[in-house]
Design a protein around this ligand. Structure first.
Ligand SMILES: Cc1cc2nc3c(=O)[nH]c(=O)nc-3n(C[C@H](O)[C@H](O)[C@H](O)COP(=O)(O)O)c2cc1C
Length: 189
């Protein structure tokens, strides 16, 4: 069994989102590989990188170092993503990561207009915490479902969250304890 791939987009030392992800991983009881996005040298797509990628894909060089992160994601058997809720979504480092792994022929391909996912993982847990309550128009989890479920083909995408941690008068400790209990429940399934 491969280690769980933990993609960590948490920013702060003392991050509660990271703590919640760790509670889940400990309860899951499997080895994991920690990919701390802030410590990676990943860059957003620009014209030069897009051309480089297209040239490599045109000659079928899927095993090039350029695609190492994409191959790692596609080959993982189980994935955890942790990301605090920032500005209605997640921190930009996670979007940059997706720009780097979203490679046709590695994470997905198309059959006519229909995307076919190529990612091996059957399960992805998306861990987030937020200062306030989320609304239906917030973008983080729907984006993850669309991309990782709809395009990459991961069938089981599970949210694990603690919301309203920064609201005066709310009991953040109690909310967080409840989220940790939920992490244990999810880990058993
Ligand atoms: C740059 C920044 C943007 C934030 N944007 C939002 C937001 O749009 N909505 C919200 O409810 N909380 C927002 N928050 C609060 C965080 O989501 C909340 O404090 C979260 O628990 C931080 O996670 P962490 O402890 O893992 O860093 C923001 C915090 C920061 C620092």
């Amino acid at each position: 069994m491969k280690p769980i791939l933990w993609i960590d987009a948490c920013i702060r030392e003392g991050s509660r989102t990271r703590e919640l992800a760790l509670a889940y991983l400990e309860a899951r009881g499997q080895a994991y590989q920690h990919l701390d996005l802030s410590s990676l040298d990943i860059k957003p797509i620009n014209e030069a990188r897009l051309k480089e990628r297209e040239a490599l894909l045109a000659k079928g060089a899927f095993d090039d170092e350029f695609f190492a992160l994409a191959r790692q994601f596609a080959e993982a058997e189980e994935i955890v993503i942790s990301a605090p809720f920032y500005d209605g979504s997640f921190p930009s480092i996670l979007k940059i990561y997706f720009e780097n792994i979203s490679v046709g022929g590695i994470c997905f391909r198309y059959e006519g207009p229909r995307p076919v996912g190529l990612v091996a993982a059957k399960r992805l847990v998306y861990v987030y915490t937020s200062g306030g309550p989320l609304t239906h128009s917030d973008q983080a989890f729907p984006y993850i479902k669309t991309l990782c479920g709809g395009l990459y083909g991961i069938p089981n995408i599970i949210p694990l969250s603690a919301e309203c941690l920064d609201i005066d008068g709310m009991d953040a400790n109690a909310i967080f304890a409840q989220a940790k209990a939920h992490a244990k429940e999810i880990a058993k399934k």
